[in-house]
Design a protein around this ligand. Structure first.
Ligand SMILES: CC(C)(COP(=O)(O)OP(=O)(O)OC[C@H]1O[C@@H](n2cnc3c(N)ncnc32)[C@H](O)[C@@H]1OP(=O)(O)O)[C@@H](O)C(=O)NCCC(=O)NCCS
Length: 146
């Protein structure tokens, strides 16, 4: 499946919102995000079926909005999206990556992230809408050094 689809930068805002909504992820602040730092996965029929995003704060980044359409999960698309967004982060000079997740903690643990203390979050991460309100306080806060 993945060999037939295409990974690409700069997916359409509205398509991203639709995919994230279907996956139960926050969309309220998507309009504030530059799609230049989002990677999409498109099926041969042209449907946006996967996405991963990055918010940049100098050498610190927030991975967000990682989602794969439910019918295409468990095929490696999610891990490829994560790998590509991490490579993009490195290219942008990011050294420390953070994320919040309510449902995918085991997935991120398997990809080198460790649970972190929210109180120790770098200031710009703590000020993001995702951190300060859109994700529940029970969400796991995770970190990876690149
Ligand atoms: C988290 C999420 C993005 C993972 O996407 P995915 O495409 O299913 O991820 P992958 O297929 O790469 O990996 C999932 C599992 O499939 C397995 N897998 C990978 N390639 C495979 C293949 N070719 N065949 C069978 N299984 C495969 C992986 O080993 C992995 O197993 P694990 O979870 O036991 O480690 C997806 O579940 C999702 O959209 N969840 C809802 C949104 C969410 O919670 N996002 C995270 C917060 S930002």
């Amino acid at each position: 499946m993945t060999e037939k689809g295409i990974f690409f930068a700069g997916p359409d805002h509205h398509a991203v919102e639709g995919l994230l909504s279907a996956a139960g992820l926050p969309v309220e602040d998507i309009h504030l995000c530059s799609m230049d730092h989002f990677i999409g996965y498109r099926t041969p029929s042209g449907t946006l079926s996967g996405v991963a995003g990055l918010q940049l704060f100098g050498t610190v980044g927030l991975v967000r909005s990682l989602a794969v359409a439910s019918t295409l999960r468990q095929q490696g698309i999610g891990q490829q999206l994560l790998k590509q967004i991490e490579q993009h982060a490195v290219a942008q000079g990011v050294r420390q990556l953070y994320l919040l997740t309510t449902t995918a903690k085991p997935f991120f643990l398997r990809h080198g992230y460790q649970e972190a203390d929210r109180a120790q979050a770098p200031l710009p991460i703590g000020q993001t809408p995702e951190f300060s309100g859109l994700c529940p306080a029970t969400a796991s806060f995770m970190h990876k050094s690149l």
